[in-house]
Design a protein around this ligand. Structure first.
Ligand code: 13P
Ligand code: SF4
Length: 335
């Protein structure tokens, strides 16, 4: 049985997410479609979401694509099927809209690796540097940054900065090291990382490649340097997906979160995609934060319009500036 609305809201206030039971007989796909129309809501989903969520989404994309959609949508409600920093970015860009996140606890280990108070002190040590931050960070870090980037535009963003201008890159040390190699810029790196992309085992990937010699290794740049070194292609989630569509290989070892395999299989029905193994026996290449969202929570959050992302207006304005710079540079680069 459904709880009364007021009880549901009390639950939300206490727990920050919806844990109500949903009638198992309910056709959630149909209900979500109904709610989209009734409420003029749009569902933006990241590729790491579970397949059912991807299948009801209006737009599925990487962090750049999702930000661009959030900035331009004319929907009244943005339902963000992703993690907190992504929904927060949507709210920063579209403050007049209601932004919902199915589970407020869907955080990000990479964003958590850079607490704003510590980062402010770190930045003070480099007064001549500008700060380029990966979008996987809190609004507090964005407000301390000059330009934001994502894995699909990072090279272009760095190249847009004059060569003699020193740069701090935060929070991902793996992406930062990769970009130092790609751009030849000697950046100061913050020591953060993503728990999912750090867990891949080079040894197991190498053994897998022996068993599948024709498979191409494709990897996300949040992976460690040793893993990136053996990759045939490195790119953002959208970059990896597009590569599998234009490339002639029939088999791929995919070194990123497993959610992306759903679209890869849909787009390339004849090809084989093998998820790269982590360095232990658990399913650690599933992002535990991304996977907190479920179809049930998505439905409940649309029905009750909770949990909602809210933000201090001064912080929002400060965090918006470097995101706007990123969107401008990306548009000029045709991204
Ligand atoms: P992209 O989808 O932008 O490549 O980012 C990957 C990621 O880790 C998101 O949390
Ligand atoms: Fe954060 Fe890594 Fe999960 Fe992406 S995959 S949301 S970077 S913890």
């Amino acid at each position: 049985m459904f709880m009364a609305l007021t009880e549901a809201k009390k639950n939300l206030q206490k727990k920050g997410f919806l844990d109500m039971e949903v009638d198992v007989k309910l056709d959630l796909f149909a209900e979500i479609e109904r709610l989209k129309k009734e409420k003029n809501a749009i569902i933006l989903a990241h590729y790491y979401q579970e397949p059912d969520i991807q299948d009801v989404a209006d737009y599925i994309g990487d962090s750049l694509g999702l930000s661009q959609q959030a900035a331009k949508t004319d929907a009244d409600i943005i339902v963000f099927a992703g993690v907190h920093f992504m929904a927060e970015t949507a709210k920063i860009l579209s403050p007049q809209k209601k932004v919902l996140l199915p589970d407020l606890k869907a955080g990000c280990s990479l964003a958590d690796s850079a607490p704003p108070e510590l980062f402010a002190k770190f930045r003070e040590k480099y007064p001549d540097h500008i700060v380029i931050s990966y979008i996987n960070c809190s609004a507090g870090i964005k407000a301390l940054s000059d330009i934001i980037c994502t894995s699909s535009n990072a090279e272009k963003i760095i190249e847009s900065v004059p060569k003699d201008q020193p740069i701090i890159f935060a929070p991902d040390r793996n992406l930062g090291s990769y970009l130092i190699k790609k751009t030849g810029r000697d950046m100061v790196l913050w020591n953060g990382a993503c728990m999912v992309h750090e867990i891949f085992s080079l040894e197991k990937i190498t053994k897998l490649k022996v068993r599948h010699p024709d498979a191409k290794i494709i990897a996300h740049p949040e992976c460690e340097a040793a893993v990136l070194q053996v990759a045939d292609f490195i790119g953002s989630t959208t970059g990896l997906l597009k590569f599998t569509q234009r490339d002639s290989a029939q088999e791929y070892i995919v070194v990123t979160e497993t959610g992306i395999l759903h679209q890869m299989q849909k787009e390339n029905p004849g090809k084989t995609f093998i998820p790269a193994p982590p360095n232990n026996a658990c399913a650690c290449n599933d992002c535990p934060h991304m996977k907190l969202n479920t179809l049930e929570k998505l439905y409940l959050c649309m029905e009750y319009e909770e949990p909602e992302i809210t933000m201090d207006e001064e912080l929002r304005i400060a965090a918006k500036k470097p995101i706007d710079r990123m969107l401008d540079i990306s548009a000029k680069a045709g991204l």
